[in-house]
Design a protein around this ligand. Structure first.
Ligand code: SAH
Ligand code: TYD
Ligand code: ZN
Length: 406
């Protein structure tokens, strides 16, 4: 039995993916022998409805001075973050000297829009290499993990914030009670916490189990976020689905009673009941769907390989670490993974040790099949790869189900 990180009730994991490495731990052959592994297993708390990793990885093993994930590498996401920043500037900042804090600000992809308009801001980013990139762009950044202590230090130095923002970071933080105690201190009376993360409803309905990896300690729904924040005198006042990362949810949180609660909150909670996100049977069914997805993908890859075709991975995503290791995808099946991120190129994928190569190698010698690990950027990639498809190239996708497209 495991103890829920939110409410301390006991639960049993509903699935184990077996031994997994660090999802963003792209590595050199000299590091293979020392690679870290842990058991990736997930559970549903029947009391507070939080879906969570049973075994947590030490945060220093994931977020450090060699963190491989650079937010600015995707143009689609850069546009998304500009729009996110603009919606905050028009909707939530007071006229006089507003102050914005972003958690997990990475290379400054979102905060740069506030910096450009001379809005007082602070990024909180524990991974030193990406924090350094943001600072070089003139974005004020503190290289620390956010928690209650840091929140108090920020208030002492800069005062309270109009808005605290977070994209794909809250779900990385199992010590939510310290974070939310900090948010309560940091927010002005009318202030808001606005964050977005991959949405549990999408993971369940699309069987997108590759969202499950070491960094994602929590898998949020409106129900579980509501029960979490109310323990800290906070309240969900608005929610809005987002198309990014294969289906995300944006949550707006305020001090309890300070802002009206939008109709969208109740509507989304009703939809979650329809999806039965509050029932353990849903997660038993998800496990069955995940096992089926693995068998289908393995079957397809082996058939294609037996036909003498070449397969290359497209996008060395964190998500792909779960897929390659869970489905037994080796360099014998997939020649290499094409990726545009310089810090990943020349290295090998975690656990499966598939080489990561620059996109130029994909373009110079297109394979018969591209295994679309970056399926969350499907539209952007399919429109970029029209020539690959016109020349007979095909994509293999596995979300929402295993299929060949193109
Ligand atoms: N917001 C960016 C980056 C997401 S990756 C985007 O959506 O593209 C998650 C980031 O959160 C990493 O850069 C990691 O270093 C950072 N992080 C992890 N734990 C954190 C914490 N406790 N406080 C602030 N940032 C944290
Ligand atoms: P991302 O969407 O951030 O997924 P995750 O959160 O699972 O890491 O990662 C996308 C990866 O795909 C990133 O390494 C960049 C790469 N990529 C390409 O190589 N080509 C492309 O056209 C796109 C859109 C992404
Ligand atoms: Zn719980």
């Amino acid at each position: 039995m495991y103890k829920c990180v939110v409410c301390e009730s006991r639960y049993e994991p509903f699935i184990s993916f077996g031994r997994m490495p660090i999802a963003n731990g792209f590595l050199a052959p000299s590091e293979f022998a020392d690679e870290f592994f842990f058991e990736l297993k997930v559970g549903f708390c029947g009391t507070c409805h939080m879906v969570q990793l049973a075994e947590l990885v030490d945060r220093g093993k994931m977020f450090h001075e060699h963190y491989a994930f650079l937010s600015s590498t995707s143009t689609g996401m850069a546009t998304h973050f500009r729009e996110f920043a603009e919606s905050v500037m028009t909707g939530y900042l007071q006229d006089h000297d507003p102050f914005v804090v972003e958690l997990g600000s990475n290379d400054g992809v979102m905060l740069q829009h506030f910096a450009r308009r001379s809005v007082r801001h602070l990024g909180v980013e524990p991974s030193a290499n990406v924090a350094g990139i943001a600072r070089d762009k003139g974005i004020r950044t503190v290289c620390r993990f956010f928690d209650e202590d840091l929140a108090r230090e920020i208030v002492a130095e800069d005062g309270q914030a109009d808005a605290v923002l977070g994209a794909n970071v809250m779900c990385h933080i199992p010590y939510q009670h310290s974070v939310l105690a900090g948010i309560r201190v940091l927010l002005k009376p009318q202030g808001v916490l606005i964050f977005e993360d991959p949405y549990l409803g999408d993971i369940v309905s699309k069987t997108s189990y590759d969202q499950i990896y070491d960094e994602h300690a929590l898998y949020f729904s409106v129900a579980s976020v509501t029960s979490l924040v109310q323990r800290h005198g906070l309240e969900v006042v608005d929610v809005a689905p987002q198309p990014v990362h294969g289906g995300s949810m944006r949550y707006v949180i305020a001090h309890k009673g300070k802002r009206p609660v939008s109709r969208a909150v109740r509507a989304q909670r009703e939809q979650e009941r329809t999806l039965a996100l509050d029932r353990s049977e849903t997660y038993e069914r998800l496990r069955g769907n995940i096992d089926r997805s693995r068998e289908d993908l393995r079957g397809l890859l082996h058939r294609v390989k037996r036909d003498g075709k070449r397969i290359v991975g497209y996008g060395a995503t964190s998500k792909s670490t779960t897929v390659t290791n869970f489905c037994g995808i080796t360099p014998e099946l997939v020649d290499f993974i094409s990726d545009t991120t310089p810090t990943k190129q020349g290295k090998y994928s975690p656990g499966a040790h598939i080489p990561v190569r620059p996109y130029a190698e994909f373009a110079a010698s297109p394979p018969d099949f591209a295994l679309l690990f970056a399926w969350n950027h499907r539209e952007e990639i399919l429109s970029k790869e029209r020539r690959f498809v016109a020349a007979g190239g095909k994509f293999i996708v596995y979300v929402p189900r295993v299929a060949v497209v193109g």
